[in-house]
Design a protein around this ligand. Structure first.
Ligand code: MG
Length: 376
């Protein structure tokens, strides 16, 4: 029985992790749960899974539970990473994910990672600390899981190229003119995946794909020149690895996060995941096209910041988080997201990563620039 700490239990990924646990109760045990602001969901989960420890970002009445130890607060989730845990699933959204990741590493716990921002902002720091502590970090992100599967679960296997597929997001068929008037409702209509609001907007801007390039760089030690992005509308191929002999291995399935979640917990073994068999005769065609950098300038903006390195990716992430938040609150327009990231990068004077504090400072700086530029 694998004992799991689930950090980010009430979000989209967290709820799907619990589905995986329900499917194989003999294999997985939830030892601790850390939730955000969805109190009802959290209470229902505590009732069902009866964890030893449960934490929530906001305070609530939990007097009906006598066997669970609770703590509350913005960063209370680190209290859920307790000694008896075998694996910590980090499915928080955004910058704060790195706090959970670094805490898990410090406590010597293996990580199944659904929070890509932690590698985007602090990949060098995270990977170095994980190596020092002998902690493994395995991917839940579907593209990185696909690559990991195509590499036979071997992070050190040599390859020629990593090919990340992208659905293209909600605006893949919008013209430049239409993008000017794109609304929150439009942005949240992802063609293939059902996910949380923040990542769905990141998919629409292709910021998400830029982040995934950085994530692949850190997980697989790839150079930026060895990572390609290709638009693949059907989301059937989740990513590919090209080897030195020209062979390309792809991992395919209908879109589901439960497969990568389950595999992160059971690799190299595979168990039933209730995924429908691919019906190739019905699919008929799989299509591929180059990403359009004119309509989706965020992709290269993020990758270029990754190439520059240091604290620039943390600035990109901080600016993006603030801009997406303001966009979702209908306070700024869709195109302002790109402008916000660009402005924060232009205003930043550079700097190297020097511990968590330097990342936090870059994050705070970027958010401030964005807020000030809209006088918010
Ligand atoms: Mg992904």
């Amino acid at each position: 029985m694998k004992k799991i700490a689930l950090i980010g239990c009430t979000g989209s990924i967290g709820r799907q992790v619990l589905n995986v646990c329900r499917r194989h109760p003999d294999k997985f045990g939830i030892v601790s749960l850390a939730g955000g602001c969805n109190i009802q969901e959290f209470v229902d989960q505590v009732k069902e899974f009866n964890p030893k420890v449960a934490t929530l970002a906001v305070e609530t009445d939990v007097s009906e539970f006598s066997q669970t130890q609770f703590s509350f607060g913005e960063n209370a989730f680190t209290d859920a990473i307790i000694p008896e845990v075998d694996v910590v699933i980090v499915s928080l959204v955004g910058f704060k994910g790195i706090i959970a990741v670094l805490d898990a590493i410090n406590k010597g716990k293996n990580i199944a990672l659904a929070n890509k921002e932690s590698l985007v902002v602090g990949g060098s720091l995270v990977m170095q600390k994980a190596k020092e502590k002998g902690v493994s970090i395995v991917p839940i992100d579907s593209e990185h899981s696909a690559i990991w599967q195509a590499l036979d679960f071997d992070f050190n296997k040599p390859f020629k190229k990593l090919i990340l597929t992208a659905s293209g997001g909600a605006f893949r068929d919008f013209t430049k003119e239409q993008l000017k008037y794109a609304t929150v409702k439009d942005a949240l209509k992802h063609p293939n995946w059902s996910m949380g609001a923040k990542i769905t907007v990141d998919c629409a801007t292709l910021v998400n794909k830029g982040f995934e390039v950085l994530e692949a760089k850190w997980l697989y030690g790839a150079s930026f020149d060895d990572i390609d992005v290709i638009i693949h509308r059907e989301s059937i191929i989740h990513s590919m690895v090209e080897y030195c002999d020209g062979a390309v291995l792809a991992q395919m399935s209908y879109p589901t996060m439960e497969l990568p979640i389950q595999l992160a917990l059971t690799y190299p073994e595979r168990f039933n995941c209730d995924v429908k068999s691919l019906d190739f005769a019905t699919l008929k065609t799989l299509t591929f096209e180059k990403p359009d950098s004119e309509r989706f300038p965020c992709l290269n903006l993020v990758i270029d910041a990754g190439r520059t390195g240091g604290l620039y990716p943390a600035v990109v992430n901080g600016a993006n988080e603030m801009a997406v938040k303001l966009f979702l609150e209908n306070k700024i327009g869709y195109l302002d997201i790109y402008e916000s990231i660009k402005r924060a990068l232009d205003e930043f004077n550079g700097g190297d990563i020097d511990g968590f504090e330097s990342l936090e400072n870059a994050d705070v700086f970027a958010r401030k620039i964005v807020k000030e530029s809209f006088k918010i």
